[in-house]
Design a binder for this molecule. Structure first.
Ligand code: PLP
Length: 381
């Protein structure tokens, strides 16, 4: 995926050594428009965990129907961004976080029987009835993708077989409006996602009848994918094809990756080129402490070489031509690898590598403080 001209122009103007994330607001808005066009019947929230940069959150708070948050910190970001609607999920909410969510008027995705009891107690103390969905770990409903969170043992949600017991607990101050069924990450199969949405709706109607709930909300979570090894994105037309939301029911989707990934570019300058035991290494001013996803998921992230003419030294500039390199970071660990065995036509010390699709789960999931290198600069276009 090649960076667009506004991104390359921005990077060309940065001082050496370049190390930056560039986020494009218009790309965020364009992706929201594409999701809305494909799923006009759904309520669209943005899952802040994908990228909590305040400008990204603000842009998506304006263009989506609301924000999904998973901590007190994200809740604060969502409030500051002026989100029209906030949904608070996550398996380990503290009383302080629940209290803040109640005060912010958030809807809660309840993750366990204990959490329902605590939420009820806190809502009673606040003198309100809190809108909520119960997150369910269903017996089936697996989807292709990674990080399966349902249909398998996980700490997320209430086991389907325990739903009756959980709902039988006293909860006068929690209005259970439906179910939250987030299932998976990075699903690239649009038709399978369409089946998952249809199944989520029909399962929820049956479960609501069984447990005597007036079903008003089905939250199908996120999980719509982008392929890091190609330009492919989940086929949104296939996801939305034949989507039939029953009257009186609100279908919520809360993607993170799909909305933010393509709006971000991570750029890092080559500080050194070296050959050890027959292998070329390009050492970057950057690495997995800024962009952990390839190391976490075990793949080589594609990049584009942005040639730069800057060479301030009075000796010849080292370069490699028509060879393969491992692209590594500035950390003192052999695991600081962003890509292995990538072919480059020409690469010089001082050139900049640009990694696309880094607007989601890139900076936000990385271990920034390891070795205390300075952070990248963040540039918002
Ligand atoms: C409850 C919930 N909703 C939404 C998301 C966003 O998922 P994605 O970024 O895959 O769309 C996640 C991600 O883990 C999640 O846990």
């Amino acid at each position: 995926m090649r960076p667009p001209e506004p991104v390359t122009a921005t990077l060309a103007g940065l001082p050496s050594p370049v190390c930056a994330y560039v986020y494009q607001r218009q790309a965020l808005r364009d992706r929201v428009a594409a999701v809305r066009a494909a799923l006009p019947a759904a309520t669209l929230l943005y899952a802040v965990k994908a990228n909590g940069h305040p400008e990204v959150v603000r842009t998506l708070a304006q263009s989506c129907d609301g924000l999904e948050v998973a901590s007190g910190g994200e809740l604060q970001l969502a409030v500051a961004a002026g989100a029209r609607r906030i949904v608070f999920g996550g398996p380990g909410k503290t009383d302080a976080e629940l209290t803040a969510a109640i005060a912010a008027g958030a809807q809660i995705n309840v993750e366990s029987g204990q959490e329902l009891l605590r939420l009820d107690r806190l809502a009673r103390a606040a003198g309100v009835v809190v809108p909520a969905c119960v997150r369910v770990n269903r017996a089936g409903a697996a989807l292709p993708g990674s990080h399966a969170m349902t249909g398998t043992p996980t700490p997320f949600g209430v086991d389907e077989s325990q739903l009756g017991d959980v709902l039988a607990q006293p909860h006068d101050h929690v209005a259970v409006l439906g179910f939250h069924l987030h299932a998976v990450s990075n699903n690239l199969d649009g038709a399978a996602h369409a089946r998952f949405l249809a199944d989520a709706l029909s399962w929820s109607r049956a479960a609501a009848r069984r447990h005597r709930i007036h079903l008003r909300i089905v939250n199908a979570g996120g999980g719509l994918g982008v392929d890091y090894l190609s330009d492919a994105t989940v086929d949104l037309a296939a996801v939305g094809a034949a989507l039939d939301v029953p009257p009186g029911v609100e279908l919520i989707v809360e993607p993170g990756r799909l909305l933010a990934a393509d709006a971000g570019w991570y750029a890092a300058e080559v500080l050194d080129l070296k050959r050890t035991h027959g292998r070329w290494f390009a050492v970057l001013r950057g690495g997995t402490h800024h962009f952990r996803l390839p190391a976490a998921w075990g793949y080589s992230h594609p990049f584009t070489v942005l040639p730069r003419d800057h060479w301030p030294y009075d000796w010849p500039r080292p370069e490699v031509r028509d060879t393969t390199v491992d692209v590594v970071g500035e950390l003192c660990t052999p695991r600081d690898v962003l890509a292995r065995d990538r072919h480059v036509a020409r690469l010089r010390i001082g050139d900049v590598l640009v990694f696309g699709r880094t607007g989601a789960y890139a900076w936000d999931i990385s271990h920034h403080d390891f070795l205390r290198h300075p952070p990248p600069s963040f540039i918002i276009l």
